[in-house]
Design a protein around this ligand. Sequence first.
Ligand SMILES: [Fe+2]
Ligand SMILES: [Fe+2]
Length: 263
Amino acid sequence: MTMNNISELAISYLRHYNCHINEGYIALLKEACEINPPPHGKAWYGNMYRQYARKSEWFANSLIVNAYEEGMGSRQVWQFSQQVENQQFAKLIRSHSIDESRHSKMFITLFNMLFPMKLEEELQTQLKAFSPNYNKENHPSTVPVSPNDVMDELLVMDELIQINLLEIRALILQLLLRPVLQAYARSEDKVKVTRMSDQFIFDETKHIEYSAYCIGEYMKWGDREWLRQTMIHRQATVNQMFLEDIDYQDCLGTTILRTQNAN
Ligand SMILES: [Fe+2]
Ligand SMILES: [Fe+2]
């Protein structure tokens, strides 16, 4: 896997899964990554990740941190969906939230599979509660609490741009995670672990796809130059967040950045 060019990498995964991608979006992403090259695409990050992941204690902990962060992310994404007026976008955002809820549970399953130990039942319950357990039937309200909670269209687009760039980051982490998961898995679990990794990679690619779709739709009626500037600016803030987060060892391998809400 070569990650010299993150936009190329994301685009090749989108193509691999036959995702429909807007050419205007591709141009914006390429430019944003050229102006502000993502540090998470650099070889040193992959090397650093693999170095840490060799320590089983660190790796076990990172699976738990990921389960926690994916669960939090799922709740935040659902709250965001409630503030989006465009119902086509809101529906896509809700299914994103449901995916992240499932990811949280998948990380706990992986933790239990790769590091089987007798955990106290109470602790096991706590780990499971990291996921909000959303699915098509079970989820919070789909309508905003009050009309005042509806977000301005530009703010919605700003959020979707950040989601898009962060999901590219999540895809990269899943690609780094894959061989590590396979290395830790006992031979009888390898097929199952690989299938879960396939699912993660597919889902993260779909998250890039839907947010790219929303960006492409906005281009039809919105301000293209604003989009361009915001993509460039948000790539810079995502890069900054990433560099801040890797100062905390346990954030080094998370699919969701901890400082995400600090802006
Ligand atoms: Fe995820
Ligand atoms: Fe995701």
